[in-house]
Write a protein that binds this ligand. Structure first.
Ligand SMILES: Nc1ncnc2c1ncn2[C@@H]1O[C@H](COP(=O)(O)OP(=O)(O)OP(=O)(O)O)[C@@H](O)[C@H]1O
Length: 245
């Protein structure tokens, strides 16, 4: 059932709290006057605390869905609720504010800043929050300790292995305790040992209460999560293991 919040935005009343709720999401790209549909009527519900894989082959729309669920891009049509609030109608400014406090991102290419040390990379998201230097330092130290990065805190990304870079990216994405962590092909640039380690760390992050969603073309990776949502040609084709089903 929907009602209106004080500011006029639609708010969903859920019996069980949902982190993500989408209704008929549509997204397409236009080039040379040709419209290519990428996501077609995507309906997904992800509950608070779940560890979910959105799996599909290359071109199925995973990265586009990652951007939309991560509030980085707007859908063309449909509704997207994040923690019960409809975000597809919010201004860019408000969406930026919302994602800074709540969503962590991990990318296939690690996306670390080359000129910054491991500790400085991990600190980055905290610079956009109202925190003192002391608070930031404590949170960074805690994160470095948690991910066993303390001994390389002064190293630069080029001095690290691929796995160390991805663990640093994971520390950066979780340093502010996001309620949602999105990971786009987090094992894509790693060998299988490194990939498995990252999946275990993602599972450990989930165990601390963070909802974790990975986007992957590897069914092997997907099977390490609690639930698999399969995407094919922009459609959700199967949804296995949803809690309560
Ligand atoms: N900005 C864009 N402009 C035009 N077409 C795009 C754009 N982004 C994605 N596409 C197209 O949308 C389709 C889905 O792309 P998307 O990257 O979301 O899929 P994917 O499942 O993540 O694939 P991959 O694993 O190869 O990244 C592809 O056909 C892609 O070419």
């Amino acid at each position: 059932m929907k009602n209106m919040s004080g500011n006029g935005h639609k708010v969903y009343d859920f019996e069980h709290f949902h982190m993500i709720h989408t209704r008929n999401l549509v997204k397409g790209y236009r080039s040379h006057e040709v419209e290519t549909p990428v996501l077609i009527n995507v309906n997904i519900d992800i509950g608070d605390g779940e560890y979910v894989a959105i799996a599909g082959p290359s071109g199925s729309g995973k990265s586009t869905l990652f951007n939309i669920l991560g509030l980085l891009e707007q859908p063309d049509q449909g509704e997207l609720f994040f923690r019960g609030r409809e975000v597809s109608v919010l201004s860019d400014r408000y969406r930026i504010k919302l994602r800074r406090g709540h969503i962590g991102y991990v990318f296939r290419q690690f996306n670390l800043v080359d000129e910054l040390t491991v500790a400085e990379n991990v600190e980055l998201p905290l610079l956009y929050m109202s925190l003192s230097r002391k608070q930031r330092k404590e949170m960074v130290m805690e994160s470095l300790f948690r991910f066993k990065l303390d001994h390389i805190r002064k190293s630069f990304p080029r001095q690290l292995t691929g796995l160390q870079q991805q663990v640093t990216a994971l520390a950066r994405a979780t340093v502010f305790n996001p309620s949602l962590l999105l990971a786009d092909e987090p094992t894509g640039n790693l060998n299988s040992t490194g990939g498995n380690e990252i999946l275990e760390l993602l599972s450990a992050v989930n165990e601390t209460g963070t909802t974790v969603v990975i986007f992957t073309n590897s069914m092997q990776d997907a099977q390490k999560t609690q639930r698999i949502i399969q995407l094919f040609d922009g459609h959700v084709v199967t949804d296995m293991g949803q809690k309560g089903n």
